[in-house]
Ligand binder design. Structure first.
Ligand code: F6P
Length: 343
């Protein structure tokens, strides 16, 4: 029995921990493991993979990135590419495939499952927006970076009596902004799920000044919407899965400029960008990646294909890939109301 593992989409801390867990569990069952390079790109053309052993994965648990490399390659764009993937799966003697990735990678995994390939998914994305799971690998580490930045920005904001606008990633979901803002003591959190006017934000900042608060921290999600200021996306620049570059909107910079112009308060913008995807995984991500990686191989053993291990409460349970990719999981109103208690 040989299983393959790949990482697809944007990287994040915890991928290596998941790869390690997959390999270690597979070795328990005497399975051989093939590591596919560069996500789905490694199953195109001639195929690009390496044998993974206890030795090759040794020491990777705390290391960020992915030892297998990753890419945003989408074989579903061209039926010939899907055939190439299927052909390589057969040629390389892959009996089952563990695909670690976000909604894009998992949608390809689901399509392969529909075509009869033995696939199990593992949810990873710092955006934390996959349905049917409370947490995805990479989210906690990303938020930890955000909180560290907010702690640092607090001192400089306070020293200069400024408004600091911090733009974070997250695509069309505000999980990173909401958790980061909650844990980092933000004075306002702007997320795609809760559009707001710059006018109301300026009013909020003015109220804070009136109460004697000389500085403010605002966390803005890259996909956030200001109802009275334009921040258009450039539809010409899309990745293979059709996603636009949300960082190009520069919503943080736009908000900071407008705040300064309308209130007269000095404002600065910081874009955390890919820092949120770097570094060593947090404790939570190491444990989550380990639990999900082990569960994925157990699902292979049990023939539970077309499934993904998900964290629900504190339990890892199997969910259907079909349901996991059905829609983007967004921040619910209750959590945002909780965050609002503090601003
Ligand atoms: O999906 C993860 C993510 O980090 C998003 O939050 C962000 O919009 C995007 O990837 C950035 O992609 P890239 O690495 O291609 O710049």
């Amino acid at each position: 029995m040989q299983i393959a593992v790949l990482t697809g989409g944007g990287d994040c801390p915890g991928l290596n921990a998941a790869i390690r867990a997959v390999v270690r569990r597979a070795l328990d069952y005497n399975y051989e493991v093939l590591g596919v390079h560069k996500g789905w790109a490694g199953l195109l053309n001639e195929g690009d993979a390496e044998a993974l052993t206890a030795k090759t994965i040794s020491g990777i648990l705390p290391v960020g990135g992915t030892m297998l490399s990753t890419s945003r390659t989408n074989p579903m764009r061209d039926e010939r590419h899907m055939h190439s993937v299927m052909r390589n799966i057969e040629k390389l003697g892959i009996d089952a495939l563990v695909a670690i990735g976000g909604d894009d990678t998992l949608s390809v995994a689901y399509s392969l499952h529909q075509r009869g390939v033995h696939v199990v998914g593992v949810p990873k994305t710092m955006d934390n927006d996959i349905s049917e799971t409370d947490y995805c690998i990479g989210f906690d580490s990303a938020v930890t970076t955000v909180v560290d930045a907010l702690d640092k920005l607090h001192t400089t904001a306070s020293a200069h009596h400024r408004v600091m606008v911090v733009e974070v990633m997250g695509r069309d979901a505000g999980w990173v902004a909401t958790f980061g803002g909650l844990a980092g003591g933000a004075d306002y959190i702007l997320i795609p799920e809760q559009p707001a006017s710059i006018d109301s934000i300026c009013q909020h900042l003015a109220n804070r000044r009136a109460l004697g608060k000389s500085f403010s921290i605002i966390v803005v999600a890259e996909g956030a919407i200001l109802t009275d200021v334009e921040a258009p996306v450039d539809l010409r620049e899309k990745d293979a899965f059709g996603h636009v570059r949300l960082d190009r909107r520069a919503i943080g910079e736009i908000a900071a400029r407008e705040i300064e112009r309308r209130t007269g308060f000095e404002a600065r913008a910081t874009v955390l960008g890919h820092l949120q995807r770097g570094g060593s995984p947090s404790v939570f991500d190491r444990v989550l990646a380990t639990r999900l990686g082990v569960a994925a191989v157990d699902y292979v053993r049990d023939g539970k294909f077309g499934h993904m291990p998900a964290l629900k409460g504190n339990r890892v349970v199997p969910v259907l890939l079909k349901d996991a990719i059905a829609q983007t999981r967004t921040v619910d109103g209750d959590l945002y109301e909780l965050a609002k208690v503090f601003f």
